[in-house]
Design a binder for this molecule. Sequence first.
Ligand SMILES: [Mn+2]
Length: 325
Amino acid sequence: MDEKEFENIARNLKTFTPQMTQNPYHGIATFFGVPFQPGPENIDIAIAGVPFDLGVTNRSGTRMGPRELRNQSLLVGAYNHHSQMTPCALHRIADLGDVPFRGVYNLEEALQDIEAFFRKIASAGVVPITAGGDHSITYPILKGLAPKKPVGLIHFDSHCDTAPSIHGSAVAHGSPMKNAVEAGLVDPEHAIQIGIRGSSEILWQFSYENKMRVMHIEEFAELGWKKVVKEIRDLMGSRPVYISFDIDCLDPAFAPGTGTPVAGGMSTLEALQTLRGLKGLNVIGGDVVEVSPPYDHAGITALAGATIMFEILCLAAEARAGTCR
Ligand SMILES: [Mn+2]
């Protein structure tokens, strides 16, 4: 790195909040140390938590995700060594806290609460980056964003999450992508699902029927992240894109703390390289879901999750800077 780049970093450091310059264990944890504020006023990007896991089919615990992601995020932000970018130097970014819920025993009602929260963010013209929560939250988030046209979807997961009704419910963490396509929120022909594997293949018929691009983990490994990046970029073009990252896309060696782990996934580095390759896409929001701290060890899943959240934040910040100019 040359002198000019060091000067650039030093200039951006001045935009740091006190939290960002403290030791990571000190004070009240917010995502990446950005300031907390209760609503989306006068900001460009909102980071929020959805402590919710009523939609799971197996192990619960992702309701604890946002708190632990905040904790680990203080080891991650606020500077990205790869893109040499400091998102909070480009934009006004705040932690909006967690979605408030009317109750904790009613799935449908809770999904309405999530939708209302994100509708408020979208109405303020603010880009949301979200920490889950189980994967059922992606559907009400997209509903809240209420895009004028169906958006492109870049979906990292070991499951396609396009399952038909499970245990009598059409909404759950195995079906948010089906829900979103059916509601006209996602364009299935501009949706790619990466890292797919395991015994649930029978549930993903909807993806194939609707021409979603399903990329199994073996194909990802064979192509390598550079070719995958090219395919994603070609598929998305300049359209608005939402990124949803289920932490179980990673191999359980890198992310054991999750509800439905499936062996044989990608490494954290492969995920980061792929995400970094998406710089310049029109990213309008994203989420990291399914981090379940009770099943985690030494915080490694939450650290991976927070690191991936930061990459998505940087992509959204780049996109937003492009549209502001
Ligand atoms: Mn999922």
